[in-house]
Ligand binder design. Structure first.
Ligand code: ADP
Length: 191
């Protein structure tokens, strides 16, 4: 099973992904986390992307597609994969579809968290005070929202056109309440 957890910055993708991973025995692959680890370890990739990430810009498609290509086979060896933060552009989605098709697989479900923008900004600023992520400044948040609207939203239409079930889930409320909706939505699309 291949699932995608989708939503704007601050929508709670990471939190919900952790719960989905446990409940549905999927391997969680977060491209944001992978990149933050590369930056923290100052690897060649980390040095290449650090400044872009801190500014809230997307990193180049080729670079992120290569990372996923390398990690996907191992993640797929279990009962399935939950992608978080990828694909973020239609080009990335096409690359993912081609990778999966090579093994006779396809995306099984997309869960799209829906949260109003004012709530997103206040959540991220709250998180910034606790975690201190380099891209949780007001400027970088605005840029991430802009990139999301400009490039990432189109990924939903890409999958709708392919006939993949896209479930839009209300992301407002306590994490437990949201997870209840997410669980039902995955049940609908995979059952
Ligand atoms: P958020 O959704 O809160 O912005 P992520 O952890 O998913 O957080 O991503 C953080 C940053 O990592 C992005 O702003 C971007 O710079 C980079 N990034 C992560 N995934 C991708 C991707 N698939 N394509 C391009 N850039 C990415």
């Amino acid at each position: 099973m291949i699932g995608i957890i989708f939503g704007p910055p601050g929508s709670g993708k990471g939190t919900q992904a952790g719960r989905i991973e446990k409940e549905f025995h999927l391997k969680h692959l977060s491209t944001g986390k992978i990149l933050r680890d590369e930056v923290a370890m100052a690897t060649p990739i980390g040095k290449q992307v650090g400044r872009k990430m801190a500014a809230g810009d997307l990193v180049p498609d080729d670079l992120i597609v290569d990372i996923v290509r390398r990690r996907l086979p191992e993640a797929e060896s279990g009962s399935g994969v939950l992608l978080d933060g990828f694909p973020r552009t239609v080009a990335q989605a096409r690359a993912l579809d081609a990778m999966l098709a090579g093994e006779g697989h396809r995306v099984d479900f997309v869960i799209a968290l829906d949260v109003p923008e004012a709530e997103l900004v206040s959540r991220i600023l709250h998180r910034a005070a606790i975690e201190g992520r380099a891209d949780d400044t007001r400027e970088a948040i605005e840029e991430r929202m802009h990139e999301y609207r400009k490039l990432t939203e189109a990924v939903l239409d890409h999958y709708r056109k392919q006939g993949v079930r896209v479930e839009v889930v209300n992301g407002l409320g306590r994490p437990d309440e949201v997870f209840e909706r997410v669980r039902n939505a995955i049940g609908l699309s995979s059952g």
